[in-house]
Design a protein around this ligand. Structure first.
Ligand code: NAD
Ligand code: SER
Length: 320
């Protein structure tokens, strides 16, 4: 029987991943942990704890006491926030990963780890369109440097110590349950909130900034598919490209206008524009499709429909 610990469970991904894992493995076998309390549904349905991933001693005790067999390590400082506190972000992102890798190496009961990388491993010298799985990775953001170094360590622990650690280079993730934690792709979530709340949005990227994106339902499905995949089928032990769809602020604005014709947008690029410009516009995820059957269901129209209705409901409004 698997006993799963999700670290960073109160964030954008964790708050949706924990309920899905609980459906598969049982409520009592999936532990949510974070520096902050989780969402009400996560808190009420199963075990949770306030736990700092940097507190190695407590983490080891927790894992042993609760007989944990798998860890999803989601705690990190994302791209926009990391540029404001570079060294702190580097320390949090790297120390936490090294803690988890060492745990997995030392505790034989741990059979599998999930740790997400990001499209941020790519940089200005990477081919920008249909970016291949294996290509130049010269990131110029602190977040990207930490993800790139993380990927190297992940592969090292796999090769040297046989640690089974699986990873996806997530694109920008779009969801409405929990607001995102300070990334460059966050505009694609904020735009829905502002469309519903105020009817206007000032975008921090320019209108033609294309970035790869994925709806959260597809991202969770991909994560679980990778974790459940037969180990022999996996050819990548750093991190898999996952592309989802690709769109610009102007394109998503036009989709929202179909529902809200009076919605208006203006553009005021800030420091995150340089980050977006250094990332791919679209991703080739054929290796993930071939190895473990990645499939995305949500394209831009379906995503817009679900996001607008979901955000509207949060504010007691209805969208037709
Ligand atoms: P998030 O910022 O929404 O959530 C991260 C959570 O980690 C937060 O709840 C935070 O409180 C927690 N945390 C921070 N420091 C901690 C610590 N020391 N101990 C325990 N918990 C701590 O982030 P997210 O969007 O859910 O992302 C999760 C992971 O996925 C990160 O590694 C991120 O880099 C990666 N990722 C996310 C996206 C995206 O678009 N959301 C895209 C690519 C990669
Ligand atoms: N959504 C993330 C960010 O913008 C991508 O890793 O930081």
């Amino acid at each position: 029987m698997e006993r799963i610990l999700v670290i960073g469970a109160s964030g954008q991904i964790g708050s949706e991943l924990v309920p899905e894992l609980r459906k598969i493995y049982g409520n009592d076998n999936v532990f949510a942990s974070d520096l902050k309390e989780p969402a009400e549904d996560v808190k009420n349905a199963g075990p949770w704890a306030v736990l700092d991933v940097l507190d190695t001693k407590r983490l080891v005790h927790f894992v042993i006491r609760h007989k944990i067999t798998q860890i999803y390590h989601l705690a990190a400082v994302l791209s926009g926030n990391a540029e404001k506190i570079p060294l702190q972000a580097w320390n949090i992102n790297m120390e936490s990963l090294m803690n988890i890798l060492d745990l997995a190496k030392e505790i034989p009961e741990i059979n599998k780890i999930f740790w997400p990388s990001s499209i941020a491993v790519f940089g200005p010298t990477t081919p920008r369109h249909n970016t291949p799985q294996l290509t130049v990775t010269e990131p110029n953001t602190v977040y990207g440097i930490s993800k790139m170094a993380g990927e190297r360590w992940v592969e090292y622990y796999h090769q040297k110590y046989g640690v089974d650690i699986r990873s996806i280079r997530y694109p920008g993730l779009i969801s409405y349950k929990t607001e995102p934690g300070g990334g460059t792709t966050d505009y694609a979530v904020e735009i829905f909130y502002e469309a519903i709340k105020t009817g206007k949005y000032e975008c921090f990227l320019t209108e033609n900034s294309y970035l790869p994106m994925q709806f959260m339902t597809d991202a969770i499905k991909a994560t679980i598919s990778l974790m459940e995949a037969d180990k022999d089928k996996l050819s990548i032990h750093s991190s898999y490209n996952v592309g989802g769809i690709s769109f610009s602020p102007k394109e998503i604005y036009e989709e929202i206008k179909v529902y809200l014709p009076d919605f208006s947008i203006s553009y005021k690029p800030d420091f995150r524009q340089a980050i977006a410009d250094s990332w791919p516009a679209s991703i080739d995820d054929s290796v993930a499709r071939n190895d473990w059957g990645l499939q995305n269901e949500y394209e831009i129209k379906k995503l817009t429909d679900v996001m607008l209705k979901g955000v509207a409901e949060k504010f007691g409004k209805t969208i037709k």
